[in-house]
Ligand binder design. Structure first.
Ligand code: PEP
Ligand code: MG
Length: 563
C-alpha cells in the first residue's frame, strides 16, 4: 500500500491501532445485571488507567500537565453521568457501551447549550473519558502514546500535534495515518523527532489491525501489512544502507557550510521544545532557525507561565552557546489547537483567528511570552520572530508590545538584550508582495513555505485529497520567494527559510542561487543539507534560478532541477 512519505526512515514493527473510530451498535442487553457489572468494572479500570497515566505524566512532563487526568477521573464519579448510564441499562435495556455513548452525547449536548465557555470546553474531556470507558467495556486496547510499551508502528485515522507531544517512549518506531498532508504539524513533528511517518494512507484502517506486522518507508510512503519474507529482506537491506549513509555523513560534523565559491550559509534547526535540543547538538545544527513555541502550550491544562517559558527558552539559549536561537511567538490556530483555550469554531481555521492575530487580541498572553523571551535573551543569542504577518501595522503593533515588555523588565530590574533582533515569517502572499515595506520594519525574514504554499496556491496543507496540488515547485511560490529574497538583499537584512522546502534536496540549490543566508531544517537533515551545499557553486545556481523563473509550471521546474 502507499501513502505520502512524510518523514524518512524505515521501520519494521507490530501495528498499534489508535481506536478513535470504534463503531458502537445499539444492542439490547440479554442480561442487564451483567451489563451493569461490566460498566462498573470498566469504570474501575478506567480510573486505574487514569491514575497510572497521571503518575507517568507527572514524572515525565510536569505536575500541572497531569491535572487533566485527575479531572477525567472525576468525571467518572459524576452522578450526572453514571446515573444516566445506569438508568439507560436498567430502563431501556440497552447494552453498556451504547448506554455510555447515549448518556455522554446527551450530557455533551447540555454542556454545548450553556453559555459558558469553560463548560463548553468540558465536552472534550467528557468525550475522551466516555471513549476510554467504552473501550474498557468492549475490552479494546485504549490509546495513549505515552503508554506504548512494546516496539510499535502507530496507525490511526489521524494524530493530533497533542498526541505527538505525548510520544515520549522510544518504543514508537513509526506512524502511519489515513489523513493529513506532508506539512501538517504531525508530519513536521515526526521529522524533528526523526520518526518515520506516512500520511494520507487511504484505506489503512480497513486493511490493518492491531498486532499485524508492518514495514514502512517514510521516505517513499510505501508500506506493507504482514509482508512476505522477500519484501521484509528488501526493507532490511534498505534500512542498513540508510544507516551506512547516515554514518558517512558524520564526517560533516564540525565542518563549515559554505559553497565551493565561498558563500557561507547557516544550516539551523526547527524545534518544538527543549527536548529536541539534544538532536540539534548531535547533528551539529548551526543555530535554532525556528523554535515553534506553541508546542510548549500544548498537552497541558493551562497556559505556561512566564517562568516556565523562561526556563525553556533559557535552556535553548544556553545549549546553543551563542549561536542564534529564533523563537517564534505563539502560532496557535489552524491545525494547532489548545483544549483549554476558548477558540470559537471556525469554518476556515487556517484563514482565521490564529498566530499574531490572536496575540494582538490577547495582549496579556502575548506580553507574558515576550517577557519570557526577553529574560532568556540575557543567556544567549535569542531573536524573536512573529508568525502569520500579513501587513506592516501588525509588526508596528508587536514592536510596541516588545518595547512595553522591555519597560516592565526595566521596572523589575531584570537583564535582557536591549538590541534583541525582531524578525517576521514570510508565509502569506501579502507579506511576500510587500516585503520591501516590511523589510524597513524588521531585522530579518524567514520564509515559511508550508503556509506560503497553501495560501498562494489556495490548497489546504492538511487535505490529503488535494495534496498533489500542494507544491512549492509551483512558479508562483518560487517567484514570491525570489521577490522576498531580492527585497531583503536590497534592504540589507538577512533572509532565511524555515518551511519544509528548506530541506528539499532539489530546491536547496535554487534557494542558494536566490541568495538565502540561512536554511532551517529538522535536526536529522542538517548534515545532508550541509554536504549538498558544500558541493554547489553559487554562481552556477544563480544562472539556474534565471532559467527556472522563465518556466510555467511545477512539473517543468521539477524536471529542470532533476536533470
Ligand atoms: C511555515 O508555515 O512554513 C512554517 C514554518 O510554520 P508552520 O509550519 O509552523 O506553520
Ligand atoms: Mg506557518
Amino acid at each position: 500500500m502507499k501513502g505520502l512519505g512524510a518523514s524518512p526512515g524505515i521501520a519494521i514493527a507490530k501495528a498499534y491501532v489508535k481506536t478513535a473510530r470504534i463503531k458502537i451498535e445499539k444492542m439490547m442487553a440479554e442480561n442487564s445485571e451483567a451489563e451493569l457489572a461490566k460498566l462498573f468494572q470498566a469504570i474501575e479500570k478506567s480510573k486505574e488507567q487514569l491514575d497510572e497515566i497521571k503518575k507517568i505524566t507527572e514524572s515525565k512532563i510536569g505536575v500541572d500537565e497531569a491535572l487533566i487526568f485527575e479531572a477525567h477521573a472525576m468525571i467518572l464519579e459524576d452522578p450526572d453521568l453514571v446515573d444516566k448510564i445506569v438508568d439507560k441499562i436498567k430502563t431501556d435495556g440497552v447494552c453498556a457501551s451504547w448506554a455510555v455513548r447515549e448518556a455522554a452525547d446527551e450530557l455533551a449536548q447540555l454542556f454545548q447549550d450553556i453559555e459558558d465557555d469553560y463548560i463548553k470546553e468540558r465536552v472534550l474531556d467528557l468525550r475522551d473519558v466516555s471513549m476510554r470507558l467504552i473501550e474498557n467495556i468492549l475490552g479494546l486496547k485504549g490509546f495513549d502514546l505515552s503508554s506504548v510499551i512494546e516496539p510499535a508502528i502507530i496507525i490511526a485515522e489521524e494524530l493530533t500535534p497533542s498526541d505527538m507531544s505525548r510520544i515520549s517512549s522510544d518504543k514508537v518506531l513509526g506512524i502511519i495515518t489515513e489523513t493529513g498532508g506532508a506539512t501538517s504539524h504531525t508530519a513536521i513533528m515526526s521529522r524533528v523527532m526523526g520518526l518515520p511517518a506516512i500520511v494520507g494512507a487511504v484505506g489503512l484502517l480497513n486493511a490493518a489491525k492491531h498486532d499485524d506486522v508492518l514495514i514502512m518507508n517514510g521516505g517513499t510512503g510505501e508500506f506493507y501489512i504482514n509482508p512476505e519474507a522477500e519484501i521484509l529482506q528488501r526493507f532490511e537491506d534498505e534500512k542498513n544502507l540508510q544507516q551506512e549513509q547516515q554514518q558517512a555523513l558524520q564526517s560533516y560534523i564540525g565542518v563549515k557550510t559554505s559553497t565551493a565559491d565561498g558563500i557561507e550559509i547557516s544550516v539551523g534547526c526547527n524545534i518544538g521544545s527543549p527536548k529536541d535540543l539534544e538532536a540539534v547538538l548531535k547533528n551539529d545544527g548551526e543555530g535554532i532557525g525556528l523554535f515553534r513555541s506553541e508546542f510548549l502550550y500544548m498537552d497541558r491544562s493551562a497556559m505556561p507561565t512566564e517562568e516556565e517559558q523562561f526556563v525553556a527558552y533559557k535552556a535553548a539559549a544556553e545549549a546553543m552557546a551563542g549561536k542564534p536561537v529564533i523563537i517564534r511567538t505563539l502560532d496557535i490556530g489552524g491545525d494547532k489547537q489548545l483544549a483549554y483555550m476558548n477558540f470559537p469554531k471556525e469554518d476556515n481555521p487556517f484563514l482565521g483567528y490564529r498566530a499574531i492575530r490572536y496575540c494582538l487580541e490577547e495582549r496579556e498572553i502575548f506580553r507574558i511570552q515576550l517577557r519570557a523571551m526577553l529574560r532568556a535573551s540575557a543567556f544567549g543569542n535569542i531573536k524573536i520572530m512573529l508568525p502569520m504577518i500579513s501587513g506592516v501595522d501588525e509588526v508596528k503593533e508587536a514592536r510596541l508590545e516588545l518595547q512595553r515588555s522591555m519597560g516592565e523588565l526595566d521596572n523589575r530590574q531584570l537583564n535582557y538584550n536591549k538590541n534583541i533582533e525582531l524578525g517576521i515569517m514570510i508565509e502569506t502572499p501579502s507579506a511576500a508582495i510587500i516585503s520591501d515595506k516590511l523589510a524597513e520594519e524588521v531585522d530579518f525574514f524567514s520564509i515559511g513555505t508550508n503556509d506560503l504554499t497553501q495560501y498562494t496556491l489556495a490548497v489546504d496543507r492538511m487535505n490529503s485529497k488535494i495534496s498533489h496540488l500542494y507544491t512549492p515547485y509551483h512558479p508562483a511560490v518560487l517567484r514570491l520567494i525570489k521577490l522576498v529574497a531580492d527585497n531583503a538583499k536590497r534592504a540589507g537584512i538577512w533572509i532565511g527559510m524555515c518551511g519544509e522546502a528548506a530541506q528539499d534536496e532539489l530546491l536547496v540549490p535554487i534557494f542558494v542561487g536566490m541568495g538565502l543566508d540561512e536554511l532551517s531544517v529538522s535536526p536529522p537533515q542538517v548534515l545532508k543539507i550541509r554536504k549538498l551545499i558544500n558541493g554547489l557553486n553559487k554562481r552556477d545556481m544563480e544562472q539556474h534560478v534565471k532559467n527556472i523563473m522563465k518556466l510555467s509550471n511545477a512539473e517543468s521546474i521539477f524536471e529542470y532541477i532533476k536533470t
